[in-house]
Design a protein around this ligand. Structure first.
Ligand code: MBD
Ligand code: FE
Length: 284
Protein backbone atom coordinates (compact mmCIF):
# COMPACT_ATOMS: atom_id res chain seq x y z
CA UNK A 1 0.00 0.00 0.00
CA UNK A 2 1.31 3.40 -0.92
CA UNK A 3 0.51 6.28 1.36
CA UNK A 4 -1.06 9.21 -0.38
CA UNK A 5 0.50 11.72 1.97
CA UNK A 6 4.00 11.06 3.36
CA UNK A 7 2.98 12.99 6.46
CA UNK A 8 0.53 10.19 7.22
CA UNK A 9 3.18 7.56 7.52
CA UNK A 10 3.72 6.32 11.05
CA UNK A 11 7.47 6.60 10.73
CA UNK A 12 8.27 5.00 14.03
CA UNK A 13 7.92 1.32 14.56
CA UNK A 14 5.25 0.31 17.02
CA UNK A 15 6.98 -3.02 17.43
CA UNK A 16 10.12 -1.30 18.74
CA UNK A 17 8.77 1.70 20.60
CA UNK A 18 10.58 2.71 23.77
CA UNK A 19 7.72 1.29 25.81
CA UNK A 20 7.91 -2.08 24.06
CA UNK A 21 11.70 -2.22 24.43
CA UNK A 22 11.53 -1.38 28.12
CA UNK A 23 8.69 -3.83 28.79
CA UNK A 24 11.02 -6.62 27.62
CA UNK A 25 13.10 -6.37 30.81
CA UNK A 26 12.74 -9.31 33.14
CA UNK A 27 11.48 -9.36 36.71
CA UNK A 28 14.99 -10.13 37.94
CA UNK A 29 16.47 -6.88 36.56
CA UNK A 30 18.31 -4.89 39.18
CA UNK A 31 15.93 -2.05 40.17
CA UNK A 32 18.44 0.74 39.71
CA UNK A 33 19.59 -0.66 36.36
CA UNK A 34 15.95 -0.98 35.32
CA UNK A 35 15.40 2.68 36.20
CA UNK A 36 18.52 3.76 34.32
CA UNK A 37 17.80 1.69 31.20
CA UNK A 38 14.17 2.80 31.11
CA UNK A 39 15.32 6.38 31.04
CA UNK A 40 18.15 5.80 28.57
CA UNK A 41 15.87 4.01 26.09
CA UNK A 42 13.13 6.61 26.49
CA UNK A 43 15.48 9.53 25.83
CA UNK A 44 17.42 7.75 23.09
CA UNK A 45 14.17 7.26 21.23
CA UNK A 46 13.24 10.89 21.84
CA UNK A 47 16.55 12.01 20.33
CA UNK A 48 16.07 9.77 17.30
CA UNK A 49 12.51 10.97 16.73
CA UNK A 50 13.64 14.56 17.05
CA UNK A 51 16.67 14.21 14.75
CA UNK A 52 15.40 11.57 12.30
CA UNK A 53 18.88 10.30 11.39
CA UNK A 54 19.61 8.47 8.17
CA UNK A 55 21.16 5.01 8.34
CA UNK A 56 24.48 6.56 7.33
CA UNK A 57 24.21 8.98 10.22
CA UNK A 58 23.48 6.14 12.63
CA UNK A 59 26.55 4.33 11.33
CA UNK A 60 28.60 7.54 11.74
CA UNK A 61 27.47 7.75 15.37
CA UNK A 62 28.42 4.12 15.95
CA UNK A 63 31.80 4.71 14.27
CA UNK A 64 32.34 7.77 16.47
CA UNK A 65 31.82 5.70 19.63
CA UNK A 66 34.01 2.91 18.25
CA UNK A 67 36.81 5.39 17.50
CA UNK A 68 36.40 6.89 20.97
CA UNK A 69 36.96 3.46 22.51
CA UNK A 70 39.96 2.77 20.30
CA UNK A 71 41.61 6.02 21.37
CA UNK A 72 41.69 4.87 24.99
CA UNK A 73 44.91 3.52 26.49
CA UNK A 74 46.79 3.50 29.81
CA UNK A 75 46.84 7.26 30.13
CA UNK A 76 44.19 8.38 27.66
CA UNK A 77 40.51 7.93 28.46
CA UNK A 78 38.70 9.43 25.50
CA UNK A 79 35.26 8.61 26.93
CA UNK A 80 35.99 10.72 30.02
CA UNK A 81 36.96 13.53 27.68
CA UNK A 82 33.67 13.09 25.83
CA UNK A 83 31.70 13.23 29.07
CA UNK A 84 33.71 16.30 30.10
CA UNK A 85 33.20 18.35 26.94
CA UNK A 86 29.46 17.59 26.93
CA UNK A 87 29.09 18.99 30.45
CA UNK A 88 28.01 15.57 31.75
CA UNK A 89 30.86 15.18 34.21
CA UNK A 90 30.28 18.55 35.85
CA UNK A 91 26.53 17.90 36.09
CA UNK A 92 27.08 14.55 37.82
CA UNK A 93 29.57 16.26 40.11
CA UNK A 94 27.09 19.00 41.00
CA UNK A 95 24.40 16.42 41.81
CA UNK A 96 26.72 14.50 44.10
CA UNK A 97 28.40 17.36 45.91
CA UNK A 98 25.67 19.49 47.38
CA UNK A 99 28.10 20.52 50.07
CA UNK A 100 27.41 22.02 53.47
CA UNK A 101 28.25 25.70 53.55
CA UNK A 102 31.89 26.58 53.63
CA UNK A 103 33.38 23.41 52.14
CA UNK A 104 35.66 23.91 49.15
CA UNK A 105 33.78 23.19 45.95
CA UNK A 106 34.68 20.21 43.86
CA UNK A 107 35.45 20.29 40.20
CA UNK A 108 36.29 17.83 37.50
CA UNK A 109 38.87 15.06 38.15
CA UNK A 110 39.96 14.83 34.52
CA UNK A 111 41.77 12.00 32.81
CA UNK A 112 45.30 12.72 34.04
CA UNK A 113 45.19 11.84 37.71
CA UNK A 114 47.79 9.18 38.53
CA UNK A 115 47.51 7.49 41.95
CA UNK A 116 50.49 6.96 44.24
CA UNK A 117 52.44 10.03 43.23
CA UNK A 118 55.68 10.53 45.19
CA UNK A 119 55.52 11.80 48.76
CA UNK A 120 56.94 15.30 49.00
CA UNK A 121 57.96 17.50 51.92
CA UNK A 122 56.44 20.93 52.32
CA UNK A 123 58.60 23.41 50.44
CA UNK A 124 59.64 20.93 47.74
CA UNK A 125 59.56 21.93 44.08
CA UNK A 126 57.38 19.64 41.94
CA UNK A 127 58.69 21.14 38.69
CA UNK A 128 61.62 18.80 38.19
CA UNK A 129 62.99 20.46 35.04
CA UNK A 130 62.49 24.07 36.21
CA UNK A 131 60.82 25.14 32.97
CA UNK A 132 58.24 27.87 33.42
CA UNK A 133 57.38 30.83 35.61
CA UNK A 134 58.20 29.99 39.25
CA UNK A 135 55.20 29.79 41.55
CA UNK A 136 54.78 29.24 45.28
CA UNK A 137 51.57 27.53 46.38
CA UNK A 138 50.44 27.93 49.97
CA UNK A 139 47.26 26.50 51.41
CA UNK A 140 45.54 25.32 54.53
CA UNK A 141 43.32 22.30 55.07
CA UNK A 142 40.42 23.20 57.38
CA UNK A 143 37.28 21.31 58.34
CA UNK A 144 33.88 22.93 57.80
CA UNK A 145 34.08 24.34 61.34
CA UNK A 146 37.30 26.09 60.37
CA UNK A 147 39.55 23.86 62.49
CA UNK A 148 42.90 22.91 60.94
CA UNK A 149 43.23 19.33 59.72
CA UNK A 150 46.71 17.95 60.36
CA UNK A 151 48.10 15.02 58.39
CA UNK A 152 45.79 15.46 55.40
CA UNK A 153 47.06 14.15 52.08
CA UNK A 154 47.21 16.78 49.33
CA UNK A 155 47.84 15.34 45.88
CA UNK A 156 48.58 17.85 43.14
CA UNK A 157 49.13 17.57 39.39
CA UNK A 158 49.39 20.02 36.52
CA UNK A 159 50.72 20.48 33.00
CA UNK A 160 54.15 21.86 32.21
CA UNK A 161 54.87 25.18 30.53
CA UNK A 162 54.10 23.62 27.13
CA UNK A 163 50.68 22.40 28.25
CA UNK A 164 51.41 18.68 28.66
CA UNK A 165 51.16 16.32 31.61
CA UNK A 166 54.21 14.13 32.25
CA UNK A 167 52.30 11.03 31.11
CA UNK A 168 51.72 12.66 27.72
CA UNK A 169 55.44 13.24 27.25
CA UNK A 170 57.22 10.18 28.57
CA UNK A 171 60.94 10.56 27.95
CA UNK A 172 60.56 14.30 27.35
CA UNK A 173 59.58 15.28 30.88
CA UNK A 174 61.07 13.61 33.96
CA UNK A 175 58.79 10.93 35.44
CA UNK A 176 56.39 12.41 38.02
CA UNK A 177 57.13 15.92 36.81
CA UNK A 178 54.63 18.40 38.28
CA UNK A 179 52.99 15.83 40.55
CA UNK A 180 53.32 15.22 44.24
CA UNK A 181 51.66 14.17 47.46
CA UNK A 182 52.03 16.63 50.35
CA UNK A 183 50.97 16.31 53.98
CA UNK A 184 49.43 19.15 55.97
CA UNK A 185 51.31 20.19 59.12
CA UNK A 186 49.89 20.58 62.65
CA UNK A 187 48.33 23.85 61.56
CA UNK A 188 46.76 22.31 58.45
CA UNK A 189 49.26 24.11 56.26
CA UNK A 190 50.99 22.91 53.12
CA UNK A 191 53.25 24.75 50.71
CA UNK A 192 55.34 23.88 47.71
CA UNK A 193 57.01 25.31 44.67
CA UNK A 194 55.94 24.78 41.09
CA UNK A 195 55.50 26.75 37.89
CA UNK A 196 52.51 28.82 36.88
CA UNK A 197 49.98 26.70 34.99
CA UNK A 198 48.99 27.77 31.50
CA UNK A 199 45.83 27.24 29.54
CA UNK A 200 46.16 24.30 27.25
CA UNK A 201 44.25 22.26 24.70
CA UNK A 202 42.77 18.98 25.88
CA UNK A 203 44.07 16.17 23.68
CA UNK A 204 42.33 17.05 20.43
CA UNK A 205 43.88 14.57 18.01
CA UNK A 206 41.07 12.06 18.60
CA UNK A 207 37.36 11.77 17.89
CA UNK A 208 36.44 14.23 20.67
CA UNK A 209 38.82 16.89 19.33
CA UNK A 210 37.49 16.31 15.82
CA UNK A 211 33.93 16.73 17.07
CA UNK A 212 34.81 19.99 18.82
CA UNK A 213 36.37 21.27 15.60
CA UNK A 214 33.31 20.38 13.55
CA UNK A 215 30.94 22.18 15.93
CA UNK A 216 33.15 25.27 16.12
CA UNK A 217 34.38 24.84 19.69
CA UNK A 218 37.94 25.47 20.87
CA UNK A 219 39.59 22.72 22.96
CA UNK A 220 41.16 24.93 25.64
CA UNK A 221 40.97 24.40 29.36
CA UNK A 222 41.41 27.40 31.65
CA UNK A 223 44.85 27.31 33.30
CA UNK A 224 44.60 25.13 36.39
CA UNK A 225 46.35 23.02 38.97
CA UNK A 226 44.58 19.89 40.20
CA UNK A 227 44.30 19.09 43.90
CA UNK A 228 42.85 16.07 45.66
CA UNK A 229 42.69 16.33 49.45
CA UNK A 230 42.00 13.32 51.66
CA UNK A 231 41.83 13.12 55.43
CA UNK A 232 40.48 10.33 57.64
CA UNK A 233 36.92 11.01 58.74
CA UNK A 234 36.37 13.64 56.06
CA UNK A 235 34.94 13.65 52.57
CA UNK A 236 37.61 14.01 49.90
CA UNK A 237 37.88 17.26 47.98
CA UNK A 238 38.68 16.88 44.28
CA UNK A 239 39.23 20.31 42.88
CA UNK A 240 41.42 22.83 41.04
CA UNK A 241 42.88 26.21 41.57
CA UNK A 242 42.53 28.49 38.56
CA UNK A 243 44.80 31.29 37.43
CA UNK A 244 42.83 34.57 37.72
CA UNK A 245 44.55 36.04 34.63
CA UNK A 246 43.76 33.20 32.24
CA UNK A 247 41.89 34.36 29.11
CA UNK A 248 39.87 31.12 29.04
CA UNK A 249 38.42 31.42 32.57
CA UNK A 250 34.91 32.02 31.25
CA UNK A 251 35.07 29.50 28.42
CA UNK A 252 36.70 26.40 29.83
CA UNK A 253 36.08 23.59 27.36
CA UNK A 254 34.93 21.18 30.13
CA UNK A 255 32.89 23.76 32.11
CA UNK A 256 34.97 23.20 35.26
CA UNK A 257 35.48 26.79 36.45
CA UNK A 258 33.76 27.93 39.64
CA UNK A 259 34.42 31.46 40.87
CA UNK A 260 35.31 30.21 44.36
CA UNK A 261 38.22 28.25 42.86
CA UNK A 262 39.96 31.21 41.23
CA UNK A 263 43.08 31.66 43.30
CA UNK A 264 44.76 34.82 44.43
CA UNK A 265 48.04 35.13 42.52
CA UNK A 266 50.54 37.71 43.72
CA UNK A 267 53.74 38.69 41.98
CA UNK A 268 56.69 38.76 44.34
CA UNK A 269 59.37 41.16 43.13
CA UNK A 270 61.37 41.35 46.33
CA UNK A 271 64.49 39.24 45.99
CA UNK A 272 64.87 38.55 49.70
CA UNK A 273 61.32 37.32 49.93
CA UNK A 274 61.79 35.13 46.88
CA UNK A 275 64.89 33.63 48.45
CA UNK A 276 63.02 33.00 51.70
CA UNK A 277 60.69 30.75 49.73
CA UNK A 278 63.53 28.89 48.07
CA UNK A 279 63.56 30.73 44.74
CA UNK A 280 67.27 31.39 45.02
CA UNK A 281 68.90 28.58 43.14
CA UNK A 282 70.66 28.78 39.79
CA UNK A 283 67.31 28.50 37.95
CA UNK A 284 65.63 31.61 39.31
C1 MBD B 1 42.52 17.90 31.65
O1 MBD B 1 43.73 18.27 32.09
C2 MBD B 1 41.52 18.02 32.51
O2 MBD B 1 41.80 18.49 33.73
C3 MBD B 1 40.24 17.66 32.13
C4 MBD B 1 39.11 17.82 33.08
C5 MBD B 1 39.99 17.20 30.87
C6 MBD B 1 41.02 17.08 29.98
C7 MBD B 1 42.29 17.42 30.37
FE1 FE C 1 43.90 19.07 33.92
Amino acid sequence: RVAADPGDIRYFSEAASAEVVNARMGANADPRLRQVMTSVVKHLHEVIKEVEPTHDELMAAIQFLTDTGHKCNDWRQEFILLSDVLGATMLVDAINHRRPGGATENTILGPFFVPNSPKRANGDDICLDHKGEPMLVEGRVLDTQGKPVAGASIEVWQTNDDGFYDVQQKGVQPDWNLRGNFTSDADGRYWFRSVRPRFYAIPDDGPVGKLLGRIGRHPNRAAHMHLMVNAPGHEPVISHIFDPDCPYLDQDTVFGVKSSLIADFQRVEDRAERERHGFAGPFW
